[in-house]
Design a binder for this molecule. Sequence first.
Ligand SMILES: [Zn+2]
Ligand SMILES: [Zn+2]
Length: 361
Amino acid sequence: MRALLLSGIGVAQEVVDDLDVDLPQEHEVLVRTCACGVCHSDLHFRQGKWTSFPLPLVLGHECAGVVEKVGSQVSYLKPGDHVVGCLTPFCGECEYCLSGRMYICNGGGLNRPEGGKPRLSRRGKPVSQFVNLSGFAEMMLVHERALVKIDPEIPLDVAAVVGCAVTTGVGAVFNTAEVRPGETVAVFGCGGVGLNIIQGAYLAGASRIIAIDRSPAKAQAAQAYGATDVVVSDETVVERVVEMTKGGVDHAFEAVGLTVTAQAAFNVLKPGATATIVGLLPMGDKISVDSTMLTFDRRLRGSSMGSNRFRIDIPRYLKMWQDGRLKISEMITARITLDEVDDAMVALDTGDGITRSVAMF
Ligand SMILES: [Zn+2]
Ligand SMILES: [Zn+2]
């Protein structure tokens, strides 16, 4: 099958047509990929900022498709079902799953055992599967607990974007930070995830939503998603946000993936407030916080994939889209082919006006 292969760090991914995918084992599902969004996290792996998978590797994790074949023990899905993949599969048995925090389940036992037949291979050699998904390929072979069934009426490009950007951004507001009506919110970064944090904060009833980006165009565009204030970022951003809110915000969100914006998010908090770091910071980076700031009950916390329970959350977000309460189709600024994905991924670091490019199969 055709797939986009990452064979080296910092070099262009190439489209190959000889990637082999195995048949589903007991709890596995073979999905025909229909759409896969290009996300900044993919770029981190292409650039080598994260290196947790051996190469060669097939990236892509914001994906939706149609079930082609199911393993002998799969009862949740059948061929023809429309599905969205999620990069946080749940085992259903560990402490995290049983306490409702399946997004931090380590997915034990959901991968094939090491040394066994790989799900993906090329010319007889194993190819790594990215976060149990590898969406930049015509077929995905995944564990059933990495999938959620969706309404077949929903376009699969919209469904794909819910798989990462919406789940991460809206989930960070609803599930991680639990923003309450009337609270004030500052959002660093107005890309795909940032805009979803902004529209989540709007739905949650935040009284003031400050959209911050170094690109004036991106910050301005956030107004359509519910931002009440627009701040073009520079070295005075912290002082300006603290000043305009007379002492800081209740919630700050980081959706860029940089140490400097993570620190800025903490520094715009009023006492007792929380900064939620949603962006994927480079592996091993350290965030420094002022001890006096910390004393007044401020909190710095991470958010893993919007603290999702994706089989509940994703159908809810899609229903909100159907009801006109969440903007998703507006975020898809380009529908591209697999051959155009590498360029689209690189453009994420520079591109104005690109919210989401979605590869269509
Ligand atoms: Zn993503
Ligand atoms: Zn678990």
